[in-house]
Design a protein. Structure first.
Length: 402
């Protein structure tokens, strides 16, 4: 089996996923094109050697539909021979796209590929593609369907995380993200999004609120109380987990991932293709895995898939230097820390989606790129990237610095 090396990665800044966000004027195609074009130009890439472009997109409808990967490759100046494919595994789509591309390399079927993702949440909108899971009783009832925010509250209740705990975690995410930007840790990865005249629209993540403190978060009401009561989801939660006496609602906009727009791309290839292209490998993908987890709890998949991928790689938690755990909700990361008795100083050291935002189809690729950069900056060796996923799943990837 061939090694799959990461040669480079880029991402756009994350723009607020609302009509007043800076990237709202940029189409989904425009976001994906920005990332792919930047990857091509700064690596002086002869695109004839790129065997595939795999992009995650969670709501591939409207302007984001019709195989956005192929369309973006063409508009980014890649040759006609470069194919593209769009995939969807909800929030892990971007990481899975990288894993799919890596699998093509490792199997020997391809020599060079790109994995990444894109989501314009301000233009297409979360849930725009629909689906049977929340609306068809055949699946909703036996799987104890609940909206994700209520599942996050269920995790907090079951594992004992208070409103103070989740808010404190959110404050730390904001502090770490602000410090990372101030220190220039994202400078090499973030490619400005420009308009048709070449003028910069956005060059920096704009969802951050570095002034966030415990007092400001305490003023926010829990977001999912009314939904849980009127939709009957409190009762569903107790049916799924009868050991819980009462569901405590602790999550709100300030300790949950931000809705944003963005795109990312990661260049992956075998050793021979990289050498022929004059590229220096930055990291090697050592192992990856996917797993299903309990649908009602839904967001505990990172714990389950971490155990699986470590076993597959023949590694232990102590072998991993850094962790990127997507901050879908604060309780997701707190449960991860609790389950493995992890030092919080090793997890999301540059902040996460609570501060920076979560462009669904792109986030996994962004987290992987952040891990590569942080390994290089810190001189450490290994990192594990993982995300929770709708309907109860988890995806994880282990990389090692070259």
């Amino acid at each position: 089996m061939a090694d799959a090396f990461i040669y480079d990665h880029v991402r756009t800044p994350r723009g607020r996923g609302k009509p007043d966000g800076s990237l709202h004027e940029v189409s989904t195609l425009g976001l994906a094109t920005t990332a792919l074009k930047a990857l091509r130009l700064r690596n002086h890439l002869d695109t004839d050697i790129v065997d595939d472009v795999v992009l995650g997109c969670v709501d591939p409808v409207g302007e984001a539909g019709g195989d956005i990967a192929r369309a973006a490759a063409l508009t980014a100046g890649y040759g006609d021979k470069v194919p593209g494919v769009q995939i969807n595994r909800f929030c892990a789509s971007g990481l899975d796209a990288v894993n799919f591309a890596a699998a093509q390399i490792m199997s020997g079927q391809h020599d060079m590929a790109i994995g990444g993702g894109v989501e314009s949440m301000s233009r297409v909108g979360i849930g725009a593609s629909g689906g049977a899971w929340p609306v068809d009783p055949a699946i909703a009832i036996p799987s104890y369907f609940m909206p994700q925010g209520i599942s996050a509250d269920l995790i907090a209740t079951k594992y004992g995380f208070s409103r103070h705990d989740v808010d404190a975690y959110a404050v730390e995410s904001q502090k770490r993200a602000a410090a990372a930007w101030e220190a220039g840790r994202f400078n090499n990865a973030v490619m400005p999004v420009k308009d048709i005249n070449g003028l910069t629209i956005l060059a920096r993540d704009e969802h951050m609120r570095p002034g966030t403190d415990m007092q400001s978060l305490a003023a926010l009401k829990a977001s999912f109380v009314t939904m849980a009561e009127q939709g009957g989801f409190n009762a569903v939660a107790l049916q799924a987990h009868p050991e819980i006496e009462r569901l405590e609602h602790v999550h709100h906009a300030g300790n949950s991932s931000g809705i944003v727009d963005g795109a990312a791309a990661v260049l992956i290839g075998n050793a021979q293709a990289g050498k022929a292209a004059g590229l220096k490998p930055r990291a090697r993908i050592r192992a990856f895995a996917n797993i299903g987890s309990e649908p009602a709890m839904m967001l505990t998949g990172p714990v389950d898939v971490t155990r699986k991928v470590l076993k597959r790689a023949g590694m232990n938690m102590s072998d991993i230097d850094l962790f990127e755990v997507n901050e879908a909700f604060a309780a997701v990361v707190l449960r991860y820390l609790q389950a493995f008795d992890l030092d919080a100083a090793k997890v999301n050291v540059n902040g996460g989606a609570i501060a920076l935002g979560h462009p669904l189809g792109a986030t996994g690729a962004m987290l992987l790129g952040t891990a590569v950069d942080e390994l290089e900056r810190s001189g450490k060796s290994t990192a594990l990237v993982t995300l929770c996923i709708g309907a109860g799943m988890g995806t994880a990837t282990i990389i090692e610095r070259v």
